[in-house]
Design a protein around this ligand. Sequence first.
Ligand code: CUA
Length: 692
Amino acid sequence: MKHKRRSSPLNALAMIMAVGSIMTFVTPDADAQQEGRRRRGTQEVRPIELTPEQVAQLTRIANERSLNVDDLLAAAKTFMPSGRHDEYVLFSSGGHSGQVHAIGVPSMRLLRTIAVFTTEPWQGYGYSGDDDRVIESLKINGKPVTWGDTHHPALSETKGDYDGDFLFIGDKANARVAVIDLRDWETKQIVKNPLTISDHGAAFVTPNTEYIIEGGQYATVLGYGYAPPEEYKESYRGMVTLWKFDRAKGRIDESKSFALELPPYWQDLADAGKLASDGWIFINSFNTEMATGGVERGNAPFEAGASKRDMDYLHIINWKKAEAAFVAGKAQSINGFPVLSLSTLIDDEIMYFAPEPKSPHGVDVTPNGQFIVVAGKLDPHVTVYSIDKITNAIAQKKFSGSDEYGVPVLDFDAVKEAQVELGLGPLHTQFDDKGYAYTSLFLDSAVARWTLGGEYAKLNAEQPWKLVQKTPVQYNIGHLSAAEGDTVSPDGKYLISMSKWSVDRFLPTGPLLPQNFQLLDIAQPGNTMPVIYDSPIGVGEPHYCQMIKADKLKTWTVYPEVGWDPHTQRLAPNAPKKGQEGVVRNGNNVLVTMTAVRSHFFPEHVEVVEGDTVTWRITALETAMDATHGFCIGGYNINLSLEPGEFAEIKFVADRPGTYPFYCTEFCSALHLEMMGYLHVKPKSQNSAAIE
Ligand code: CUA
């Protein structure tokens, strides 16, 4: 049997495949492959006509698989032929995975995850030894916090439209905001809010990405202070932070960022005004009761104490006036960070409140900026405010009073445009190009389509401010996201229901089940809005997502020059060049200068002595698309991703003697297994002379 197996046809096949893969992998002619794909693309546009035989074949398959006509239509709307690209990219929060998922729409195929707040070995994120840049960026109070609860991704905008340049995302657990460059889809910066431990309303951008908004949530003593719950009203505060974005540098400029002190209500989601409401920020709040809980002491639990009032406060903030007050030096420093006090917000007429029912969650501005939609999770309506009415009410001082901290409260009837009854548990709203709004109904497990009024009324056949239709989703929808659905020009094509519970929708995966991203086709007006795909998301607890037209992205497929430093986004002066490789000792410091190209590292043997401090620089000399190498040293917690042209540097103390194979961790070529070498760490005792 053994002899037979050795000479089996399978082995011959493996040989042929190996030779074939050498041909494929070693040929660096990615352009030719691209050309092939393009040619296929033009062939595909020919209209088809099904023959009676094909109809019979389709019918037979459908019946064998128990598919109905709606299933076949849904499949036709979502299936992507091999090599064809999706029309949209969905950037989804990865929840407590601390990452971002990029998913193609309509296929719902996972394209990539982007490591943000959690170290990730495949991307070499946080695995470059001592002084790792990522680990440094994840430190809070001196210690790395290597996970995040990513909540709201925000694509950068120009004139209120996604421009495809940057993506921002907030970490609710630790009050951090990250900047991702969408040229190479890598996290470039993480800022930690110096005022608060956790947040929620992050990230949202102003229409030209002047600021990235980070709204708080659970009130605390700003600046990591301490006060007992008995001093809640005096000492606890909410906040919203405006992080200044420097587009040319691709970084948040912390020196030009500031925050606003808010009452200790629990601020929730935020949205920036646009067009008609440009210059304003809207933030929801709940627990205006200022309940402090304590169920263990016989008090009402938070859930009851924070739900007593019929109205909470929509925060209406003029960020241009806030910016002027900050520039004029009116901010006070808390934990080294400039904060505009509540009294400044009142005196400078920066902030107003409007009553909003009841324990609201989502606040969403219509594409024209005219209306602000608030969904009260304990109220079956959405409440719509008009920016014209708000600015008139402010000008005419139509106040119904002020809150406990002196913030003027606008008269509800003076600012309200409409209330639309939708169903149970309304949370978030998105928009399309047909004058419809879409609101998630958590308790109803449904997406509600309803009509907007004003200039939107002429875009569809129905009466304004009316519920049109509800599509059931499976189950318990949180956020939802339409194609370009929170820009000034939504596309009205696809909508994602981020269903929190999947229950019976997929094969069970133990007691921990995936969430369910459901794709709805919203292209047809009226009461047609079917679910056309279910996609299990088995990572983290995804929270919110944004969907951008794929052709807006200007993604690099290789780095612009060989020796590129992705952190600085320019050529690294220290990047090893071909012909310069070597190992140089200077006292106890060893500098390794290495290149990587299919299918070898140069050099292949690196000798150091126990206790040496090793700086190891590698340039991937590759210029072909997808010719990525990896580099790992087992036992030293080191793994790099070396994408075409990328320069990387690792540092470590070689404190454990031994013979360490290092190898390429990407299947880069047929001779990938041979792409390796040895790190020899000689024991000190045997080499005392060598150090001299
Ligand atoms: Cu390079 Cu595997």
